[in-house]
Design a protein around this ligand. Structure first.
Ligand SMILES: O=C(CO)COP(=O)(O)O
Length: 176
């Protein structure tokens, strides 16, 4: 259905689905497989809650979420067949973005996890940051070497904000 409507990408594993609908890693894997079979590019969302970060569990949570997903990388292909979006749950819709350094540190961790499957795919894997990205913080986020783009929620509904984010992405040579 999504393909028929002209969609190319599909969000899978958004924290709202994981939390409100209790979607498990196993269900997320099934959805990713279905999307890939339909020719859609999955944008797989991962991220820790505020409590998990406070308990020092960020890496463990991300490792669990990603170890379910990364085996689905197509190791035969030269380009990754999926995109990962790091969305710390505490930053989504709160106005409190992760700092560029916090986000960069997690993105490096994600890339390292992916490198265990394929160094080449890990280098080419698009890693988006999501969580209160705005016109005034996008440029600093895109300055980080491993932040390849943004998953924008609320700010995408405000034309001026969204244009600023697009300009920041363009200046940083990111796809957006
Ligand atoms: O969850 C998000 C996008 O899926 C992020 O939303 P906000 O940019 O409003 O924090």
């Amino acid at each position: 259905m999504l393909r028929d409507m002209g969609c190319r990408y599909v969000l899978i594993g958004h924290s709202e689905r994981r939390q409100i609908f209790a979607e498990s890693d196993a269900q997320i894997v099934q959805k990713i497989k279905a999307a890939l079979l339909s020719g859609l590019i999955p944008v797989v969302c991962v991220g820790e809650t505020e409590a998990e970060r406070a308990q020092g569990l960020t890496d463990a949570v991300l490792r669990r979420q990603l170890e379910a997903v990364l085996p689905l990388l197509n190791l035969e292909a030269s380009q990754p067949n999926l995109i990962i979006a790091y969305e710390p749950v505490w930053a989504i819709g709160t106005g409190l973005s992760a700092s560029p350094e916090q986000a960069q540190a997690v993105h490096v961790f994600i890339r390292e996890l992916a490198a265990a499957y394929s160094a080449q795919l890990a280098r080419r894997l698009l890693l988006l940051y999501g969580g209160s990205v705005k016109g005034n913080n996008a440029a600093a986020l895109f300055d980080q070497a491993d932040i390849d783009g943004a998953l924008v929620g609320g700010a995408s509904l405000q034309a001026g904000e969204f244009i600023q984010i697009c300009h920041a992405a363009e200046s940083a040579g990111r796809g957006g």
